[in-house]
Every structure is written in structure tokens, then in C-alpha cells.
Ligand binder design. Sequence first.
Ligand code: CP
Length: 304
Amino acid sequence: MPKSLISIHDFSKEEILHILEVAKDFERDKCRNILGDKVIACIFFEPSTRTRLSFETASNRLGARVIGFSDAGNTSISKGESLKDTIKMVSNYADLIVMRHPLEGSARYASEVSSVPIINAGDGANQHPTQTLLDLYSIQQTQGRLDGLRLNMVGDLKYGRTVHSLLQAMSHFSPEFIFTAPEELRMPKEYLEFLSERNIPYREETELSGNIKDTDILYMTRVQQERFTDPMEYEKVKDVYRLTASMLEGCKPNMKILHPLPRVSEIADDVDETPHAYYFKQAENGVYVRMAIIAYLLGKTNNL
Ligand code: CP
């Protein structure tokens, strides 16, 4: 089976640091024609702006050609074709498949039936490992290091696949966590146990004000309407946090605000003008990191 990236656990600490180094190189020199003979398939069963377009940009900048779809309704899945048959077919056409799918575990399943590497571009509330790698890159670029930082993760910590993957990746780097969420959207027990087993300190809070001052990275998330089965539950928590510029007074000068985006109401527009806002640059970093991941999985990073 070819090496895929399904969960952040698929990469060792050394591999993670290698990807970040290669991404730095790609940021310095944005166009590398090293995949001129490759075809990359981007198949998206769920909506996306950043992930799909940054993967397509990354593929183009590496010289590869891109095929795929962003609406499964226009494919033979609408006629009843299974995910297994779809992946088998696409892996006959492409050298690597980038897939987003709403079902948890679908990306792992795809990697088991595919003859080419699969990159998980998000599987339900489970994992979003390429977002994690670009988050790590953004943290390293802004703080100058990954070790010994305090992260405050805010919002939908229950369904937020980006916070689940980031928490696990940061466990290599002696972090401290604050988890700020309403009772309904607390960080799931399995992730808290993961931290306890590794003696990584964390505390849970329900208020955002008062928990920003000592933070190095404020990781904001959207409350994801699409993950709720009960609309009333969503209504109760959808506007629970709203970060405004005035709330940033007294925070560390180099504190940076990250957000996987899209945002809805959780970060006010006036925050964009502060030196703490980093989320748009973070999204740009996705191109360089995804270039590095694609090149690595296709065995092209050894001689860079
Ligand atoms: N961060 C992220 O996954 O954004 P998209 O849903 O737009 O791809």
C-alpha cells in the first residue's frame, strides 16, 4: 500500500519537521516544475474553498495536472456507485488523490482500496491533517519555535476536526492548552485522556475574556452548523463567542490569532486590522505546506 496521509499520526515528528522545512523552501521559491509527469485528483464530497483551491494551486505550482470534482452530485455516485469503486477508478487515472468526505473513517477506507496515495482533506468531525500541518507551519513562522507554547482553542471543540488534529500534533512539542467552549461543545474525553496519558497540562474554560492574556496562540473556530442534527442545539451555541479588538488589550505582543476559516461571527472585522490577526496569511501558508505534502508523498523531496 502506498504511504498516505489520513491522520496526523501517519507522520512521525521527524516527518512533520521535514514537511515544514520543505514548505519554507517552497514559500521562498513558489514555482517548482518537479511533477510535470503527474496527475493529481481532487475529489470533494463536501464544500470547500481553501483546501480544494490551495491543493489545486499547490499541484499547479509543482507542474502537475489536476482532475476532480467539487460536487459529487455530478458524478456516478448519484447513480449508486460506491466509494470503493469510485476510488478504484480515480486511482487508475491519477498519481495521488486528495479527498474530502463527510463520513468519519472514509479517508482511511479509501487508502485501503487505492493503489495511489490518499491525502485526507477532512473526513467528517474526525481529522484534517493538512490543515494541522499548515497550522504548525504558521505557529512556527510566527513564534520562531513550536516548543513550549500555550494555545487557547476556542469554540466548537467537540466537532472541530482541526482542533483534534492540532492537539495531537502539538503533543510532540511540550505545549500547554486552554480549551474554551460551552458545555455542549467541550473537547471530547478521548482527546483529554490523550493529553493526560502524556502529562500535557490543560484546563477547560467557558469564558473567553480573561483567558487571552497569557496565550501565545489563540485558535478560534466556527460553530459548525452542518455537524448538528438538532437545529435548536445549534441556535443555543452559535454565537457563544465573539472576539473583538478591544478584548486583545494586555495580550502578549506576539500573540497570534489563527482560524482555519471560514469564520462566521466569532471574529469581528476590527480584529483583522490588529497585528495579532494571522488567519489570512495562515490560509496562504496552506499552498506551501500542501506543495510539500504532495511532493513528499510522491517521493520528490529528498533532493530539494
Ligand atoms: N480550513 C478549511 O478546511 O477551509 P475550507 O472548508 O474552505 O476548505
